[in-house]
Design a protein around this ligand. Sequence first.
Ligand code: NAD
Length: 489
Amino acid sequence: TMAHSEALLVLENFIAGKFFPCSSYIDSYNPSTGDVYCRVPDSGKEEVEAAVRAAKDAFPIWSSKTPLERSQILNKLADLIEHDLEEFAQAESKDQGKTITFARTVDIPRAVYNFRFFASSILHHTTACTEMASVGCVHYTSREPVGVAGLISPWNLPLYLLTWKIAPAIACGNTVVAKPSEMTSVTAWMMCKLLEKAGMPHGVVNVVFGTGAKAGEALVCHPDVPLISFTGSTLTAQRIMEKSAPYCKKLSLELGGKNPAIIFDDANLSQCIATTLRSSFANQGEICLCTSRIFVQRGIYSEFVKRFVAETKKWKVGNPSDPTVDVGALISKEHLEKVVRSYVKKAQAEGARVLCGEGVDSLSLPGGNQKGYFMLPTVISEIKDESCCMQEEIFGPVTCVVAFDTEEEVVKRANGVKYGLAATVWSSNVGRVHRVARRLQSGLVWTNCWLVRDLNLPFGGMKASGIGREGAKDSYEFFTEVKTITIKH
Ligand code: NAD
């Protein structure tokens, strides 16, 4: 399935400030047409070795620059990406299948903001100092960059999540070797083309493209990469922990979720429905923070379900480049068939009811998109908590709705999964909101809202959703080593 008319886009690795072709390539598909449109380097040990060497060589100079000097380069890079925002948004939408509207308003603006945010926050950190007058000592802490950071990111928010790692890593004075997902590498490659103009010294940011098994693992196993920041699935994280264990690497792991929405009968239903639709289906449900278990208090359950399903049916699925479309294409044919659709089938086989979407309503697609990886937003009810659809991450436009009676009961059920990333709580009772938020096993709890983020504060998951947090202070702590120094006078 080659696109005949257009020439294939061919990406190259970016090492020590230069682009290098690779000896072999991976096909990359346009999810909205099913056509191969891009070739991504299939890098391995050799390319990773060259990139790590370049990053190591650049470290002494970059790490000795002042935070202000680094900050200015990050700001310049932010300006350059922002200048090309539309081009980046088009590329992200084509590569990932997400709607152009989402890429324009969420992905690329956030990538720009990631650089601006860390360019600013790096200027404002303070270290600790204590005094022990009785023994004539002062203690203070100092923080230094660690070295070459290995950064591995997933396909759902490609440039957004990659820059969320690159920005703090280099702001702190580390140099990096980044490996984006092999399915969504284009915007990272486009960013590399702007580094020179931003004034980034060669070797500070190196990007090696390729699969997790080859390029990713070579990075994880490289002895000169003392820290790995990873965002992706729990399964891959387990493998990374295992492979990096012999080197005792510093790890930051941002993993999957099975996020509950808890809706009490005193919630503002209109706001709650509008936001829960977004939290379930935004970016085709391919956000680690997406809601996939909706617990509704019995008294409002039928009204909620009726209105939620009616609103879900209004979401328009189609060509991602059409600005009126709400749901684009899923990342790959395999993800659509083997993961997302098969979960809906399993739920049906267990006796659950599909209220709308997959297998119930028909999907009509524009001519050019017949072979794209599309699916209707799907709502499942009458499903048991033990069902795989209520336990495992689906990572698509599928959400389950169930009823509950008491606060005590719903907290227990919400916590009854292996994950603990994000939860939403809907209620106008302030006391209850605080009580429930405190009891949820979840790194993030949003009450009466969703996805409102202050990058200053910690982001990350509990349980199988991860280890460590990212944010102004948290990323600073991860990307630096702290030392306690004692001075006797
Ligand atoms: P994935 O784990 O398959 O891949 C993530 C990255 O790891 C890719 O770059 C991949 O090439 C690489 N990789 C795969 N195997 C590897 C290995 N053995 N060694 C080194 N690298 C390897 O995840 P995905 O399918 O790309 O992304 C979806 C997952 O990411 C979901 O589980 C989602 O919840 C999670 N996610 C989490 C967050 C968060 O912040 N918590 C954010 C977005 C996505």
